[in-house]
Design a binder for this molecule. Sequence first.
Ligand code: CTP
Length: 400
Amino acid sequence: MTLVDRRIVLGVTGGIAAYKVVQLARNLSLAGALVDVVMTEEATKFVTPLTFGALTHRPVYTDMWQLSEQTDIGHVTIGDRADLIIIAPATANTIARLAMGMSDDMLTTTVLASRAPILLAPAMNVNMWANPATQANIATLQSRGFQIIPPTAGRMAEPMVGVGRLAEIDQIEAEIRLALGRRFGALAGKRLIITAGGTHEAIDPVRFIGNRSSGVMGFALAAAARDAGADVRLIIGAASATPPLGTQHIYAESAAAMHDALHHEISQGCDLLIMAAAVADYRPVSVADNKIKKTEQAEQALSLQLTQTTDILASLKEHTGFVKIGFAAETHDLEQYAQAKLTRKGLDAIVANDARTALGASDNAVTVFHRNGQRWDFNRQAKTELAQQLVALFSGFLRT
Ligand code: CTP
């Protein structure tokens, strides 16, 4: 819900990357934001105001002196009422004018008249970006609280390779969501650790024991927590889905690696842990150094000796001071088993789901059991939507 009815000013300046930002305007509008596009005159040479207006369904501002034709909009209104300003692409010239505190066009006036968080995604020629003048202007703006979304390295419009390309649109969108979450979200200032995906337990250098977990549920929870303003540490086991931008990713493939990574992250501080990973319960007793070869006798069975992995959640029983949420994957007697795990693992709440339909799927139905006896049933729905509801519920646990 982060973006719904949020007033976002999208400042567009005159660089070739302006064409990419059309997609950003569309994404933000589709997510429910009220996007006011403010363009410099140079920007209109690359993309027309009509393009942005058609996607945002709102007027596009290019000239301060035409504003009197529109009712109730003064030259400072757009900046004053903004929840967030994003300037993308930000050219060296606009960056210099902002650093000087100028207000000689609609965009710089909007910025100067605003108290909203300002994000800046620069895009320019490699040498212009590296120039000490630009770097000094960036440092000045950073010291005034502007958040810079750095340009990336790669092939530029001109035949050059280097740092200066506009950050990816998905990355810019994630930063916008995080910045709005930090301003308005229920988890602003909170540190969340979320585990996601399955684990791989090695048999030999090329084989492992794994499960069907895709990581989708844990990733959706991480995205929802990011949108609610949390600083999210995402510990990823084996996952086929793509983890959300705007969260920190820590890779830990086996149960043992996940155990160590989690203990390390907790030692750095934690307000809420969501253990969504499908951790293996057993691993091979020993890992063969070389690839295990087939025997000559086809009928001869191969036996693998397995031993239990450490129960990561149970190993945290002594660690108090943060809220612990576990998941229970069951095929039968869901409530009974979930309640038993809630107690055995010392959890605040457990999310119970059917392992047959939950793992690897894009939707899910769950029941949350709290240690105080309360329960919440969530109907089958997309994991992305379910995650938003679960994060809203868990935010409430932080206050109790
Ligand atoms: N879990 C864990 N460490 C393990 C196994 C599981 O921390 N070695 C966590 C899971 O991440 C999950 C919760 O414990 O949050 C319950 O996992 P689940 O697989 O449902 O239960 P198990 O304890 O493994 O018991 P069983 O497999 O017998 O149902």
